[in-house]
Design a protein around this ligand. Sequence first.
Ligand SMILES: C[S@@+](CC[C@H](N)C(=O)[O-])C[C@H]1O[C@@H](n2cnc3c(N)ncnc32)[C@H](O)[C@@H]1O
Length: 207
Amino acid sequence: MTGTDRHEHWDAVYTGKSPTDVSWYQHAPAPSLRALAHAGAVPASSLVDVGGGASNLVDALLAQGWQDLTVLDIAAPALDTAKARLGHLADMVNWVAEDITEWVPERTFDVWHDRAVFHFLTEQEQREAYQRALLQGTATGSHVIIATFALDGPEKCSGLPVQRYDAAGLARQLGDRFELTDTWLEDHVTPWGAVQSFNWCLFRRIR
Ligand SMILES: C[S@@+](CC[C@H](N)C(=O)[O-])C[C@H]1O[C@@H](n2cnc3c(N)ncnc32)[C@H](O)[C@@H]1O
């Protein structure tokens, strides 16, 4: 899939469906909040939500008093949905409509959060591009939270093939600058009642 195809696919998803009618929708972003708590992240931390889409994680973090939030997504319509929902609070967030494999962060973040995005990068070249952004967007000590489909999770999401991971496999992808500090499995229940196995991994950048 080319970059243009990826854009078109995701734009169509977010213009054609209600944000609550996608498999990854959560009424509350409890797993992400749990991961942030496990990592020891606090509202004074800076955070980038990579492939945040229309997720309500940003709403929850604003409610907790976080002030340095960036949401990146390839699909501008997804970000527009989140902005419309937030109203004037949207001005407190930095919105980036970009493909993560092309993004060159101009700063680093204390927390890099990615729920269900890395697993769409099924080609090594894409994963290397993600890694370049990750290295540029984090510093020693940064927390990296990535949730992918687990080895027994679905083989596809949104009609696209995914690469499934266990913690060891994801750690291999991130390389030796990142130390795995915690991991667990989560059963996500889609809005129509299907169960999807997610692999949550917390890393700390050590150099
Ligand atoms: C399964 S959804 C998860 C959305 C959000 N993280 C959540 O938990 O609700 C995947 C998201 O990744 C975005 N995405 C897919 N490929 C991307 C890429 N290469 N760069 C940035 N965002 C991407 C999609 O637009 C979509 O919003």
